[in-house]
Ligand binder design. Structure first.
Ligand code: F6R
Length: 607
């Protein structure tokens, strides 16, 4: 979603701001803009469309050593130059960028209009600049704090005033804001990717924080002017991790990184001898874990399918009642929080509004909530009672791939811990640990199928509708395969449990509607083969994802993607990688913008 970058220092701000915005592109946006300060003047440039439009409008020798920039993902008002941020007041001396939503903007807008303020855009954000302007008496920090007292909603805001050159003032409430500390220069941004080329020293702002930055230092206070002591953290990854590294798309790069990212998620956490795992951050004693009698996992989108796999697994392997819930639903269900129930929230970004607000609602009711997140320092891990970082490294493509397999990794380890605390034997535990340790290598084997998968994907890329069918542990993988295909190729795809096909969806099967069947060699294989035959009888093309050597399945299917033989619990990892590659090749064939699909955002910070 929207991205913010702010800079003050000794270099030319325009280039740094545009480059920072380019790095934030992955979040999803539809317009962008910068405001650059040179001595006591601000210049404003805003453009609809891609950052390259903005870049073309910014003079290469634009003077100015401070400023703010923004990528907008439209919520209030259409996509055009005027609605893009930054927004300026009538004096042209004050500019702001804003992420989030101001819920009471209409009443503030009407009041300001009555006072004679002229609005230029349709956005909710514009009220912020006019409010600050109203209260400005030579102190931007003070004016911002006064303005904030009138706002209801969520915000990450950065403001500059030409009368206070080379100073940025930021505020956070519900939308992320990070301070970057450089050598004689400072940054404020919605995430560290915008500044990682210049500094790894960062301070994560919390809700309610106000930060005042000039090139040599920063000061943080709360809204009541109390000074706050903030911890400086070091970012644990390098700029190289957000480069494409020779791959044509970030998504392909991230798919191919999975042998390493899954391995990283297990490193130091597997106990081969005891047949269990160690997860340091759970913040729960063995006694407390033993008292858990139900697990509920909440998440959105791809993360919700990882949650579903894990709920299946917890019941199957650890024999604990478990379920996965959509964050956007549970929040408004007035959930019943019972003693003994442990909640997990799963989120790559750690900022997804639906998941964050659901988590807050559960905590309000007394629940213990653990987080499974990727982005270090993001809001969900900071507000949860404990949890696990999945360490998959920055995920830049909008469509989630490596984070999914790393989420599975973390939840498999948790399941193992719970199972071994209950009735799983050491031998059984050891067998699972050994099987898990083989997964990275087995994913690498699936990746070797790349050209075969491309051939199959190209063959069916003209089709308008697909089914993805699995059962048991691979049912959520079918849902994820369908989601991946639809979001990046824009082909309609439905994920179903194969057993449900005959209860309605089979009416849609014809020669032009391929079905992708996931066929592990577990107890459900025979049932799935029967479902394949039902489709075959109706002349539906079949693409099977089957276990190496399964000629019976390959004979029924029109095309087959083979995955290596593995412990049956590990097939979700291997099958999902095949489906990620399938979706990617289809989108490339159809010439889609794979990394930034239309209408989508990486970090969905609105409900
Ligand atoms: C799909 C995708 C989304 C996210 C969802 C939740 O490829 O990426 O469905 O999974 O928006 O995001 P996180 O995991 O950041 O909470």
């Amino acid at each position: 979603m929207c991205g913010i970058v702010g800079y003050c220092g000794n270099r030319d701000a325009a280039g740094i701001l545009v480059e920072g915005l380019k790095r934030l592109e992955y979040r999803g946006y539809d317009s962008s803009g910068i405001s650059v300060g040179f001595e006591n003047n601000l210049t404003l440039i805003k453009k609809k469309g891609k950052i390259n439009n903005l870049k073309a409008a910014v003079p290469s020798d634009m003077p100015g050593n401070y400023g703010i920039g923004h990528t907008r993902w439209a919520t209030h008002g259409e996509v055009n130059d005027i609605n893009a941020h930054p927004h300026m007041d009538a004096s042209g001396k004050l500019a702001i960028v804003h992420n989030g939503i101001i819920e009471n903007y209409m009443s503030i807008r009407n009041k300001l209009i009555k006072e004679g303020v002229e609005f230029t855009s349709e956005t909710d954000s514009e009220v912020i600049v006019h409010l600050i302007s109203k209260y400005y008496e030579g102190d931007l920090e003070k004016a911002l704090k006064t303005a904030l007292k009138h706002l209801k909603g969520t915000y990450g805001i950065v403001a500059v005033h030409a009368n206070e050159p080379c100073r940025l003032v930021g505020a956070r409430n519900g939308s992320p804001l990070v301070l970057g500390i450089g050598d004689g220069e400072m940054f404020l941004a919605s995430d560290v990717t915008a500044m990682i080329a210049y500094t790894k020293q960062v301070v994560y702002m919390e809700d309610g924080d106000i930060v005042v930055v000039d090139k040599d230092g920063f000061r943080t206070t709360d809204l009541r002017d109390n000074e706050l002591d903030k911890e400086i953290s070091t970012v644990g990854w390098d700029i190289g991790e957000i480069e494409k590294d020779g791959y044509p798309t970030f998504m392909e790069k991230e798919i191919f990184e999975q042998p390493e990212s899954v391995l990283r998620g297990m490193k130091g956490r597997l106990d081969f001898e005891q047949g269990t795992a160690k997860l340091g951050g759970l913040n729960m004693s063995s006694r407390e874990l033993r008292m858990v009698n139900r697990v509920i996992i909440l998440a959105a989108g791809t993360s919700s399918y990882a949650a579903m796999v894990c709920a299946y697994l917890l019941e199957k392997v650890a024999r604990i009642p478990a379920s996965a819930e959509l964050s956007s639903e549970i929040r408004y269900k007035n959930p019943i929080v019972e003693p003994g129930t442990l909640y997990f929230v799963v989120s790559q970004s750690g900022e997804t509004a639906d998941t964050l607000y659901a988590m807050r609602e559960l905590k309000r009711k007394g629940a213990t909530v653990l987080g499974i997140c990727n982005v270090v320092g993001s809001t969900i891990p900071r507000e949860s009672d404990g949890g696990v970082y999945i360490h998959s490294g920055p995920e830049i493509a909008v469509a989630s791939t490596k984070a999914f397999t790393s989420q599975l990794t973390a939840m498999y380890l948790f399941t193992l811990i719970m199972a071994r605390m209950r009735d799983m034997s050491t031998q059984q535990g050891q067998m699972i640990v050994e099987s898990l340790a083989k997964v990275p290598e087995q994913i690498a084997t699936v990746l070797e199928q790349n050209m075969n998968i491309k051939t199959i994907a190209d063959k069916y890329a003209h089709c308008h509708s697909f089914f993805f069918l699995g059962r048991g542990l691979t049912y959520p993988i079918a849902l994820e395969g369908a989601l991946k295909l639809k979001e990046i190729s824009y082909i309609h795809a439905e994920g179903y449990t194969a057993g449900e096909l005959k209860h309605g969806p089979i009416a849609l099967i014809n020669e032009e509607t391929p079905s992708v069947f996931l066929v592990p060699d577990d107890g459900l294989r025979e049932k799935i083969i029967s479902n394949m035959k039902e489709v075959k009888a109706r002349k539906g093309p079949i693409i099977a994802v089957a276990v190496e050597g399964d000629t019976e399945v390959a004979d029924i299917a029109d095309d087959t993607i083979f995955i290596p033989k593995a412990n049956e619990l590990m097939y979700p990892f291997l099958m999902v990688v095949a489906l990620q590659m399938y979706a990617h090749h289809t989108a490339v064939k159809l010439d889609r913008n794979v990394d930034q699909p239309r209408n989508l955002a990486k970090s969905v910070t609105v409900e």
